[in-house]
Design a protein around this ligand. Sequence first.
Ligand code: PGA
Length: 250
Amino acid sequence: MRRKLIAGNWKMNGLKEEGLKLAKAVAEKCRGNLSFDVLICPPMNLLGLIGNQEHTNVLLGAQDVAETTKTAGAFTGDVSAEMVKDLGAACAIVGHSERRTLHHETNAVVCQKAQNAIQAGLTAVICIGETEAERDNNQALEVVARQIKESVPTNATAENCVIAYEPVWAIGTGKTPTTNDVAQMHAAIRHELATLLGSQTADNMRILYGGSVKPTNAKELLAVENVDGALIGGASLKIDDFWGIASTQL
Ligand code: PGA
């Protein structure tokens, strides 16, 4: 059985006071035994602060790691996967579409970052997804298949890797694919993963859906076959919205 994962991507949001408050509020909600995992990915300025708090049920993740295979050295502005792990993180998002677009990260770069995360003992949350133009041109399945082939390391396992399918046109827009489209894409992703990693690994690997997940659509999206959780941007910044989504899985 794949355990669902409810993940918050805070993006570049959060000064100390509000960030710590939000992390505490999430930890408070997640007290006790939950049947699903909760992950928050705050920006780097908060990672150490939140990682230093007393132990909670909430997993902590970074939004990126450095591309170099070196764990330290002359790489101004970069933070290595080893450093992220050292701050108390268990996961790292890699290949988010905002990084692929704004920082021109290719599949090869994303694959290297995923490898670095895995090497450091983190779970890599590898983001993939087509643009609106690609979907309109009926290229969505082909684009996503290529992203999997080229961005998922061949040593990925169900423990050290999670896939997040995030159609670029659904991120921050309020638009979501139909549940049929989500089902079709997630099945295709699992099929591609089986080709790359073998069917046992593919069957156990979690595939999240991301893009305008809200308390009002979470239940429906999370009930789709092969949807093993959600990667949540905007709605992860307000405890009521984030918990409104997570609590659909209680
Ligand atoms: P959104 O972002 O929930 O605000 O659409 C999702 C993401 O970018 O991970």
